[in-house]
Design a protein. Structure first.
Length: 186
């Protein structure tokens, strides 16, 4: 019998002064049995950094852990076109290449102790993917984000001048993402 995912509920308040987005999002996150708290919280951070207010521009969690043809998060148009594809972790180059052909924009969030090594090994091959943007969450920050994980969470995320603060009212994690590769969007 397969082990079921663990369900987490989050009320996420976002004040993104860099993009002019302010909103509260009621989220349900399914944590796959093979996913740890650190990865799940980086997914939540990615949601906060790309959330939009319009229902037509709704960002949603996909089934990347169980379906390799889907990202961790995505935004689809009303016609089903994938406008934004977001992956978390260290996927294989061939999956990123496939995702870049299927979406208008592709963002990869690297995290963890081995993220820099992975990037140094894959940077050359990924340079050819014009739509790909690569951002790294510092290892210390992603580990601290994991400590915020609770089955029920009330989180606040503030973004200003590239600085990000994510907290639960008692603990706050401050971080600045490293921009490893910018996308060339047309």
């Amino acid at each position: 019998m397969a082990i079921k995912s663990t369900v987490f509920k989050a009320e996420l308040q976002v004040a993104d002064m860099d993009r002019g987005h302010y909103g509260t999002h009621a989220l349900t996150l399914a944590q796959h049995p093979s996913e740890n708290d650190e990865r799940m919280m980086v997914r939540l951070l990615a949601f906060a950094l790309h959330a939009a207010g319009d229902k037509e521009e709704a960002l949603s969690f996909a089934n990347a852990m169980t379906d390799m043809d889907e990202p961790d998060l995505w935004r689809r148009s009303l016609t089903g076109e994938i406008e934004l594809w977001i992956d978390v972790g260290q996927p294989e180059e061939k999956w990123l290449k496939k995702a870049s052909h299927r979406s208008n924009e592709l963002v990869l969030y690297l995290y963890g102790q081995k993220a820099s090594l992975w990037w140094s090994q894959n940077q050359g091959a990924l340079a050819r993917l014009a739509k790909l943007r690569v951002r790294q969450v510092p290892a210390q920050a992603s580990a601290a984000l994991a400590l915020l994980a609770r089955r029920t969470m009330r989180l606040q995320c503030t973004v200003q001048d590239g600085q990000v603060w994510l907290g639960d009212g008692e603990e706050t994690v401050a971080l600045e993402l490293l921009e490893l590769k910018s996308a060339v969007l047309r």
